[in-house]
Design a protein around this ligand. Structure first.
Ligand code: IVH
Length: 701
C-alpha cells in the first residue's frame, strides 16, 4: 500500500472499507469462532494500515470502524445531575433577513419604540460540548454535561483537569455570589486534535473524526488521568442557577467571568444595533479559517439582562438569543440507489445512497429525499449526478440534479412503490377528511403487523428523550428484534428474567462482553421509574412529540387517569375526544391519533403490562404555589406596562390559562386603557376586574 496521505479520498474510502471488513472477519474468527486465521503480528499490520488511513482522513472514522473498539469510551459509570435551570438550545438564523426578523420579534414583544436601539452581544458559536460548572462560595463543586437539557452526567472530576477552569473564583471573596453556575463550551483546539490523533495511532488507539468528537471522548472518560492528558479548553458564555448576577448586561457578566479567571472568547463584542450585528457576523465568518478551533456560526444575545428576563423562553430556546449558522457546505456526487425506509408511523421515506463524498470534513454516503413529491419535483433518478449540502447535524439533502450529466438513453424516472417494502401491505397517501388534501407522505397500512414500524417504535422507545437506556440503542434493538427477543417494550423489561440462559446468549453476540451485559441489565433496571410526560413521548404516538406529551401529562396527571379516560370512552364515545380538543394546544389530528392509540386493544395490553413493570411518576404541575395557578384570565384594552404577548407568556408561566373571551368561568379580567365590551361583560357577570398594576402586584411584579 502506498503512503495513506497520497491517496485520494475515494481511494482511501475504498481501502478503508476493505480493511475494515477484513479486520472484522479476522476478529470474529478469533473471538467468536475461536479459530484464528492469522497470527497477531499480521493482524497488527492491517490494523495499523487502517489507522494510518484514519489519521490522514479522519472523516472516514465511523462508529463501526474496528479502530473504535479499542478502549471504547465508557458510556456508563457517571452519576446523573438534574439541572436546576435547564440547559437550552438556540433558535437558528440562516441569513441577515432571519436576523432582522429576530430583532423585529424582540421589539414587538418588548413594545419598543423605533427610536430605541436594541444592542446585541455577538459571540462565536463554539463547536464543542456544553458544560455547567457549579460554584458554591467561590469553589468549584460540581460539573455536568448538558445531557437532554434537563439531566446531564456528573463529570466534576474530569472538568477539574481543565486549565481554563478556575477551581476557585479569583477576586474578592466577599463579592462572590453564594451560588453561581457558569456555563460554557468545552472544546479541543485543531492543532491539539491533530497531535492527539497522531499519538493515538502510535499507541494503537482510537482515531477521532473531528475535534468535537475528540473533546467528547476525552471528557467522558471514567479515568480522569486520560482526560488530563488530552488538552481540553473552555470558553464561558452563559450561566444557570445564580444567587446573584454580577452585571446588568451580557457583556458585563462576561467581563466578570474573565476577572473570575475564565476564558471568554476574544472575538465577542457588543453591537449597538442590528446592522452592527450583521457586520460582526461577516467579520467572524472571514476569520473562521484562521482560528485554531472550530466554530459553526455566531450567537447573538440581547445585551440588556432586564430585557432578557422579560423575553423569557419559547419551549426549548430563549426568545432573546439566536444562532446565525454558517452556510451549508456543498459537494457533487452520484446517486447509486434510492431506497425506501419505513418509519415508526409507517411513513415511507426515500433515501439516496450516494458515492461517498467529503462535505465539510464529514464523509456523506446518504441523503434524505423527503418524500415522493420531492423526487418527482426534482426528478431525481438512480445514476444522476447531484449537488448535496450538509448543515450542522442535519441529514444531508439533495439541492440540485445536474440533468446535463444524465445518460438519456438509460435513465428512467424513479418508480415510487405502492406497497410497503418490508411487510408488503398497501402503502397509501391519506386524504385529509376536512381539507380534502392528499398527504405528501405515503404510509404503510400494515400497522402492528409491519416489522419495520414495530422496530422503529422500539428504537424511539429507548431513544434519548424517551427511556434513554444506556447501552440499548438503535443497533442493539435491531439485533434483539431480529433474534425475536424484543418485539414489544414489555420484552425489554423482561429481558433479564425471560430465560436463565439469556445472559449467556447475549454474551455470545458481537460487541457484548460479560460486563456489557451486566451493565445493560443495570441500565434497564435504572429506568424502571419514569416521568409521565417522558413515558407518553416514548410511546411514539403519531403527532405526539415532547411538547404534546407534556400537554397530555399536564392534563391527565397520572397514567391511571389517562387509561381510564379511554376505557370510559367505550361507554361514552366522543366525550374523551372533546376533552382532548379542549386541551389548549391539541388539535384534531393529534386528538385523532391519541384516541386511536389508547383505544387500540393491543396497545392497551402493552400499557397494562408496562404498568406492572414500571413506576410511572405522576405529573407535577410547576408553580402551583403561584396565586394565579389554575385561574383563567382575560387581558383587554391597551396595556401599558407590558405587551400583550409578554402578559400572556408570563401568566401561562405561572400556571394561569389565558382566554380571549369572558365567561362565568373567567377568574380575572385585566383591563387596560379603553377597555370596552369585555370589561362590560365581566361587570355584568360579576367577574373580578383588576388594573394592569393590580395584576402585576398579584403575581409579584
Ligand atoms: S448560549 C440559553 N452561546 O450551542 C442559551 N451557546 O444551540 C444557551 N454554543 O448547547 C446557549 N457557543 O453548546 C451559547 N456562545 C455561545 C455558544 C453556545 C456554542 C452551543 C451550546 C448550546 C448550543 C445551542
Amino acid at each position: 500500500m502506498q503512503d495513506a496521505s497520497n491517496l485520494s479520498l475515494e481511494e482511501a474510502a475504498e481501502e478503508h472499507r476493505e480493511l475494515s471488513e477484513t479486520l472484522k472477519a479476522l476478529s470474529a474468527a478469533y473471538y467468536q469462532e475461536d479459530a484464528p486465521r492469522v497470527d497477531d503480528a499480521e493482524y497488527d499490520v492491517l490494523f495499523r494500515k487502517l489507522q494510518e488511513i484514519e489519521v490522514a482522513f479522519p472523516e472516514l472514522v465511523s462508529d463501526e470502524s474496528p479502530t473504535q473498539r479499542v478502549g471504547a469510551a465508557p458510556a456508563k459509570g457517571f452519576g446523573k445531575v438534574r439541572h436546576s435551570v435547564p440547559m437550552l438550545s438556540l433558535d437558528n438564523a440562516f441569513n441577515s433577513e432571519d436576523l432582522r426578523e429576530f430583532e423585529g420579534r424582540v421589539r414587538r414583544f418588548l413594545g419598543l419604540p423605533h427610536t430605541e436601539d436594541v444592542a446585541f452581544f455577538a459571540e462565536p458559536k463554539i463547536d464543542g460540548l456544553s458544560a455547567s460548572l457549579r460554584y458554591e462560595n467561590a469553589r468549584f463543586v460540581q460539573g455536568a454535561t448538558r445531557g437532554d437539557g434537563q439531566e446531564g452526567e456528573d463529570i466534576t472530576e474530569n472538568l477539574k483537569t481543565l486549565q481554563d477552569l478556575p477551581l476557585r473564583l479569583k477576586g474578592d471573596k466577599n463579592l462572590h455570589p453564594d451560588v453561581f453556575e457558569v456555563r460554557g463550551e468545552v472544546y479541543m483546539s485543531i492543532s491539539d486534535f491533530q497531535i492527539l490523533n497522531e499519538n493515538q495511532a502510535k499507541a494503537g488507539q482510537k482515531i477521532f473524526a473531528n475535534p468535537r468528537n475528540a473533546a467528547a471522548g476525552s471528557l467522558r472518560q471514567l479515568d480522569k488521568k486520560i482526560t488530563a492528558s488530552r488538552k481540553l479548553r473552555l470558553f464561558a458564555y452563559a450561566w444557570g442557577d445564580a444567587s446573584e448576577v454580577p452585571g446588568l448586561t451580557q457583556s458585563e457578566v462576561l467581563e466578570q467571568f474573565s476577572q473570575w479567571g475564565f476564558s471568554v472568547n476574544p472575538l465577542s463584542k457588543v453591537c449597538h444595533n442590528m446592522e452592527e450585528a450583521i457586520d460582526a457576523y461577516r467579520k467572524i465568518e472571514e476569520l473562521r479559517a484562521t482560528l485554531d478551533y472550530d466554530i459553526d456560526g455566531v450567537v447573538f444575545k440581547v445585551n440588556r439582562l432586564d430585557w432578557q428576563s422579560r423575553l423569557g423562553f419559547v419551549s426549548r430556546s430563549p426568545r432573546w438569543a439566536i444562532a446565525h449558522k454558517f452556510p451549508a457546505e456543498k459537494a457533487t456526487t452520484l446517486v447509486k440507489d434510492i431506497e425506501i425506509q419505513v418509519g415508526r408511523t409507517g411513513a415511507l421515506t426515500p433515501v439516496a445512497r450516494l458515492a461517498p463524498v467529503s462535505v465539510g470534513g464529514v464523509v456523506v454516503s446518504n441523503a434524505t429525499l423527503h418524500n415522493e413529491e420531492e423526487i418527482e419535483r426534482k426528478d431525481i433518478r438512480i445514476g444522476d449526478t447531484v449537488v448535496i449540502q450538509r448543515a450542522g447535524d442535519v441529514i444531508p439533502q439533495v439541492v440540485e440534479v445536474q440533468v446535463d450529466k444524465r445518460d438519456e438513453s438509460t435513465s428512467e424516472p424513479f418508480q415510487y412503490p405502492t406497497v410497503c417494502p418490508v411487510c408488503g401491505s398497501h402503502a397509501v397517501r391519506e386524504v385529509n377528511a376536512l381539507s380534502g388534501k392528499v398527504d405528501v407522505v405515503r404510509r404503510c397500512t400494515g400497522g402492528l403487523i409491519c416489522d419495520a414500524q414495530a422496530m422503529e417504535r422500539l428504537k424511539h422507545f429507548v431513544s434519548r428523550n424517551a427511556f434513554d437506556i444506556d447501552g440499548l440503542g438503535a443497533k442493539q434493538i435491531e439485533l434483539f428484534f431480529t433474534l425475536g427477543w424484543v418485539k414489544s417494550p414489555v420484552d425489554i423489561f423482561a429481558l433479564e428474567e425471560a430465560d436463565k440462559t439469556r445472559l449467556q446468549k447475549i454474551k455470545n453476540l458481537e460487541g457484548f462482553g460479560e460486563k456489557a451485559v451486566k451493565n445493560l441489565f443495570e441500565a434497564i433496571n435504572q429506568r424502571r421509574e419514569i416521568e409521565l410526560d417522558r413515558f407518553i413521548f416514548a410511546l411514539g404516538i403519531r403527532h405526539v412529540g415532547q411538547g404534546n406529551a407534556r400537554l397530555l401529562a399536564k392534563n391527565y396527571l397520572t397514567l391511571e387517569n389517562l387509561l381510564n379516560a379511554f376505557s370510559a370512552e367505550q361507554a361514552d364515545p366522543g366525550k374523551v375526544y372533546v376533552d382532548l380538543l379542549n386541551i389548549d394546544g391539541i388539535g384534531a389530528a393529534v386528538a385523532d391519533a391519541v384516541k386511536e392509540f389508547f383505544t387500540e386493544e393491543k396497545n392497551r395490553e402493552i400499557l397494562k403490562a408496562l404498568q406492572n413493570q414500571l413506576v410511572v411518576i405522576d405529573f407535577e404541575a410547576p408553580s402551583n404555589d403561584s396565586p394565579v395557578a389554575g385561574k383563567t384570565v382575560v387581558f383587554t384594552g391597551s396595556l401599558e406596562l407590558m405587551t400583550r404577548a409578554e402578559a400572556k407568556v408570563k401568566a401561562e408561566g405561572l400556571g394561569a390559562k389565558v382566554s380571549g373571551s369572558v365567561s362565568a368561568k373567567t377568574d380575572y379580567v385585566v383591563a387596560g386603557a379603553k377597555a370596552g365590551s369585555k370589561l362590560k361583560k365581566a361587570e355584568d357577570l360579576g367577574v373580578a376586574v383588576v388594573t394592569e398594576q393590580e395584576w402585576l402586584d398579584l403575581i409579584g411584579g
